[in-house]
Design a protein around this ligand. Sequence first.
Ligand SMILES: Cc1ncc(COP(=O)(O)O)c(C=O)c1O
Length: 384
Amino acid sequence: MSASSPDNAFRDCPDRSGTGSEKWDRWAGRDILPLWVADMDFCSPPEVLDAVHARVDHGVFGYTADPPGFAPALVAHLESLHGWSPDPTSIVGTPGVVTGLALTARLLTAADDEILTFTPVYPPFLTLPGAAGRRTVRVPLAQSAAAWTIDWDQLESAATNRSKLFWLCHPHNPTGTVFGQQELLRLADFTERLGITVVSDEIWSDLLLDDGRHIPFASLDHPAARRAITLTAPSKTWNLAGLGCAAAIVPDPDQRRRLRPSGGGLVPMVNSLGYAAAEAAWRHGDPWRRQLIGLLQDHRDRVLRAVAKIPGLACVSPAATYLVWIDCRGTGITDPQAACEAAGLGPSDGRDFGFPGFIRLNTACPTSRLDEALRRLHRAFQTA
Ligand SMILES: Cc1ncc(COP(=O)(O)O)c(C=O)c1O
């Protein structure tokens, strides 16, 4: 049992090399600290590990549908954290939020239909529609020194009569923006007027910093909210991405019934260990989550202080996530990703998010590793 005491849970992390870690294998054998793909270097909390151990001890891993505790555990979690209690019968397990997005494209739109989204954005939002024979319509967020905000004129002019879905990333990856009630209601008005369905990816909603409040889109008192689909998962918050367990909250019974078949046999069932971990995380993971948030705030502030000292870098302080989105265009360096890699740092490349000239740093690692990464960030832009 690798249950860590609360004090060292975020300090003593196992070596992930040789475990098939996407994050660590990318630059294996090179002195490049990987602060890119969004998983954490921390072990999951003891309560979650215990539940997985208990499921393993059961010893039978046959085909598994949503266990009876799955939906109630998610509802209890959403209720206590966000004050929202969706109908448990509207919840279906999916092996990933990305899978859920891909399924909504196939389920709710036809060939050549358009899916709108705010950019920059998590890369699958840009690539999945094309893979399904649909089109992504990019609506750039407006950037100021203090915030990334919705450009309503851009949104109005982007929509056509082929626009069928709005994929909302809420909270927003990579900027860490948390959309507030007025913005969500205005977005609801816009989508309702044009008959567009909102699919809200709320995978980051448990990681709000600074005591911020997340408002689930579907919890709004609005007709657009009542037919919205919500996708969520315990995977970001409790570091469970490799267990492949997420949830789609689909109020329409017919859509819900057709969700799995729309995967065309390509989408597997959720695995039984993922269910065990998810349920335990939602039921028992909150003290650990709160402790994690304290660390993530400190890490975010360390990055902001480092960025402020490097001429030409700029960054809006994220209100959620463990990601920091850095504008490197002021440095005059055309390929900041290459500059970072040359200095021994591996961020995510803004080009993948539709925004060249930016990088994204993942701060979910031990503090000593983050501090070393920030020294390398400084070196990247000093030497170039
Ligand atoms: C906004 C967003 N959605 C979905 C995912 C991935 O979800 P899953 O692993 O459940 O497919 C990520 C991972 O970083 C993400 O940032």
